[in-house]
Design a binder for this molecule. Structure first.
Ligand SMILES: [Zn+2]
Length: 188
């Protein structure tokens, strides 16, 4: 089965037949995107950007663990990125798992921040937790001790959150309303 998928990828690559560039272009992305791994939400498609435009870090549930933070630190510190977008999406499987209580075991490293939100807001449906999780990840980036947090707190880095709606195809910004923010989002 996987052999078949591999061959489909190799054949598609051959069909694409991208010509070799005259010179390897400089790596100067206009933004970094922290997105869920969900196959339906590729950032370059969502934002209609060509190769070279976006520095993309993807992890199921778009949470900011140590490796994710280090990758984004690299984008800010070494590539000069001045915008990071945290991109969640409706119907997220990782958020659904966290909301269903799958907070230990293999998924723990990625769902732990989402589980804190789900426990604080047991009334919230999956898509509301998706939105709160995007906001929580933006907050985590703001608080980070490394280059991302330093640049954000000094105003040199713009941090944005957005949710891609799989049903409508629309993108909605995830804004922070302090009066509705669970205290779990403020925890370190
Ligand atoms: Zn997802």
């Amino acid at each position: 089965m996987s052999d078949s998928a591999w061959h489909r990828l190799i054949e598609a690559h051959a069909r694409a037949g991208a010509p070799a560039p005259a010179a390897v272009p400089a790596h100067r992305p206009m933004a970094a995107i922290l997105a869920c791994s969900d196959a339906r939400v590729p950032p370059s498609v969502v934002f209609d950007q060509p190769a070279g435009s976006l520095f993309v870090v993807r992890i199921a549930g778009n949470t900011a663990g140590d490796a994710v933070l280090a990758s984004l630190d690299y984008a800010v510190d070494q590539l000069g990125v001045d915008l990071i977008v945290v991109l969640g999406h409706t119907g997220c499987g990782a958020v659904h798992a966290a909301a269903s209580g799958a907070c230990s075991g293999d998924l723990a490293p990625i769902v732990e921040p989402i589980c804190r939100i789900a426990r604080a807001r047991p009334d919230a449906d999956v898509d509301e937790i998706v939105r709160l999780n995007v906001i929580g990840t933006v907050r985590a980036l703001e608080r980070h001790a490394g280059p991302v947090g330093i640049a954000a707190r000094s105003g040199r880095l713009d941090l944005r959150g957005a949710v891609h709606d799989l049903r409508s195809g629309r993108l909605e910004t995830a804004t922070i309303d302090p009066t509705h923010l669970p205290s779990s989002l403020e925890a370190s």
